[in-house]
Design a protein around this ligand. Structure first.
Ligand code: PLP
Length: 382
């Protein structure tokens, strides 16, 4: 099996798995309990919080553990929108290429009377800064622009967006789910107020993530109960997964630049191979692109059929983004980039990580070539 769907979920690092297993077998305590076992669990969470905070340049008290990216995005947007409304701001500004975790939350906010405005992107998948400048004003409660896109891997100009937000007093949230663990994240450098992270995108376990929220900003609980996470996110903490997330994030940051170069080399080889197939195109610009992202379209082919055909050949891939798999609609990200209809349907996303090898890349490229040829023959595409 060649696993090229790392942006959907990365395999758990063996060291992470063993740390989580050891913790689970040795500590059964609930972090809220005051006995030895409980205190041990609470201490482990405290130390994980410090690790996560240090890595992104935050303070531990600015980290709120959640179940993952979706919950972090919801918590950020609802909180900032409601706080903004209390201060007379009723506008929400997001990019058109955000993950559904952001876009669906915006739809919910719209139903509650917020005005939601969308920043478009260019054909390479980068947000239109002129439009951003036009939309972000003193009526804006919150702006959300992702750090890196999950479909085409484009790294967005978040520092510029944050300056616009600061000038207008708007809260700036960035969804760093695809970026954390893959590129350096420094909340001070970005200048963001809130930032979402998810563990299973960088070798951690599914069901853990966190929201960074700058001290002094209001968070409004979306889940009520026992008052965990400083009263902001109730529910017994997923202790083993939280510890695992901190470990995975630390491991991801070791030799990050070196690993990224190695992955980029594989990516560029795969892109070159795929573009040598006739009637193909690369989606997303090559500059400022995550080192593990390949997104290529083939005319005359349905993306879903391509993914199934590749699966039969032992390659795990994705069309559009796997978070919305099972969904037949073409990717809203590619549509926003103005990709022609024919190419929209035939898109394939292959996402690489440090676990992949050049040998796998060559095998996968051959599998794509054969699958595309078979599918084109079936529909009589010349
Ligand atoms: N945001 C982005 C950019 C994503 O790629 C994903 C998942 O693919 C999410 C949010 C949702 O994260 P989670 O699966 O942890 O809920």
């Amino acid at each position: 099996m060649i696993y090229l769907d790392n942006a959907a979920s990365m395999p758990v690092f063996p060291e992470v798995m063993s740390e989580a297993m050891t913790f689970m077998s040795e500590c059964c305590g609930n972090p809220s309990s005051i006995h030895t076992e409980g205190r041990r669990a609470a201490l482990a969470i405290m130390s994980a919080r410090k690790v996560c905070a240090d890595i992104i340049g935050a303070f531990p008290e600015e980290i709120y553990f959640t179940s993952g990216g979706t919950e972090s995005d919801n918590l950020a947007l609802f909180s900032a929108a409601y706080s903004g409304r209390n201060a007379g701001r009723n506008r929400v500004v997001v990019s058109e290429i955000e993950h559904p975790a952001v876009l669906s939350t915006c739809k919910a906010l719209e139903k509650q009377g917020f005005e939601v405005n969308y920043i478009g992107v260019d054909s390479d998948g980068f947000i239109d800064m002129e439009k951003a400048e036009e939309l972000i004003d003193r009526s804006t409660a919150v702006v959300s622009v992702m750090t890196a896109n999950n479909v085409v891997g484009t790294i967005q100009p978040t520092e510029e967006v944050s300056r616009l937000c600061q000038r207008n007093g708007a809260v700036f949230h960035t969804d760093a789910v695809q970026a954390a663990g893959h590129i350096l994240i420094d909340v001070g450098r970005i200048g963001c107020d809130m930032l979402s992270v998810s563990a299973h995108k960088f070798g951690g376990i599914k069901g853990a993530g966190f929201l960074y929220c700058r001290s002094g900003l209001e968070l409004i609980p979306q889940i009520y109960g026992g008052g965990q996470e400083n009263g902001i996110r109730s529910g017994t903490e997923n202790t083993a997964a939280i510890i695992a997330m901190a470990k995975a994030l630390s491991l991801s940051c070791v030799d990050m630049e070196e690993k990224s170069l190695r992955i980029r080399k594989m990516r560029d080889r795969l892109i070159a191979e795929l573009l040598s197939i006739p009637d193909s195109r690369l989606n997303g610009g090559m500059e400022r692109r995550l080192s593990g992202n390949v997104n290529v379209s083939f005319a005359g082919v349905e993306g879903e059929s391509l993914v199934l055909g590749l699966d039969l050949r032992g390659v795990c891939a994705s069309s559009g983004s796997a978070c919305s798999s099972g969904e037949e609609r073409p990717s809203h990200v590619l549509a926003a980039m103005g990709i022609p209809a024919e190419m929209l349907r035939g898109s394939l996303r292959l996402t690489l990580s440090e676990i992949n090898t050049l040998e796998e890349i060559d095998k996968a490229a051959l599998a794509v070539r054969e699958t595309v040829a078979t599918l084109r023959e079936l529909v009589g595409f010349k």
